[in-house]
Ligand binder design. Sequence first.
Ligand code: EPU
Length: 336
Amino acid sequence: MIKFERDFSLKKHNTFGIEARAKYFFSVTYSSILQDIIRSEFLKDKEVLILGGGSNILFVNDFEGVVLHNLIKGIRLTGENEEAVFIEAGSGENWPGFVDFTVEKGWYGLENLSLIPGTVGAAPVQNIGAYGVEQQNCFDHLTAVNLKTGEQRKFTHAECTFGYRHSYFKENPGWFILSVTYKLMKNGKPVLHYGPLKEHFAGKKEIKPEEISEHIKELRRNKLPDPAETGNSGSFFKNPEIASEHYARIKSIYPNVPAYPLDNGKIKIAAGWLIEQCGWKGKRMKDAGVYHKQALVLVNHGSATGNDILQLAGEIKQSVLEKFGIELEPEVRVVM
Ligand code: EPU
């Protein structure tokens, strides 16, 4: 008999630190128990939410379904050749801990993704990215189980249809990811094209993953709030993509608008900059605020409710739309 917790507080399970309760809660510590849960039919006709570190989620209401909290651990080497290693991690492993492990081994691939809060299983779902790298760059495959049918299978890179903060699993949330395998390089090439990285390492040869990781940790600590101190979920919105004519109009008024041309002909604009231009940086509505060093990050100054954060996000969205004609989309998953 599997024992689900009832009316369980999620405050410690979301980095915004929002008080919300789950009707049912269960910590999944090993993969085969999922088959028992599926067979028991407890999930039938109930909404299911798979929760990793809770670092990309905003609870606006209590959750009336079943929260499956992922605690599946384990890291193992599954293959190796002269150039590369294949390393598999349990989906409930802590992402920054996993990255540190690979960096300490001297393997190249994940160092730019140091210190991103969350779990290994969440990384491919939203295809996490930072400082010029997305996890898809060294993703090999993952295994997942379908919570309705119990089918367990492998997903290749192509099957995950990764995009900017996007994957197959965003539209098909019924798959519980069990493990993810990355291909990391023994003598890789550092990715340093992100402006501040390029500057920092200019002229330097033979840069080890550890040096990059250390520098990225410093950059993140300087710019992003530590969720252990101030509730937040990293970037609240995605960086929007706009048509080149639209970009040209904005640039004629704001020559310094930070923008990145994309392969699809569109231009990606820094949402943090748009929000700052609308005067939001450091502002506060009740206990919901805009971080004073990075306007893309919304923070909980203490006892904000999910609704307080959502209202602030709504006001920000409206002012960016009015000033720039751009509709921001949340990057954080909003659970109503
Ligand atoms: N900017 C401003 N004002 C602000 C914030 C940013 O003018 O308040 C400008 C910066 O000066 C810079 C540009 O906007 O010219 C981009 O800023 P930054 O390099 O800080 O990155 P970002 O685009 O705001 C993205 C990711 C972050 C990731 C960083 C670093 C998204 C939604 N966010 O932020 O990811 O760490 O790049 O690569 O793509 C996350 O997803 O939670 C996250 C933190």
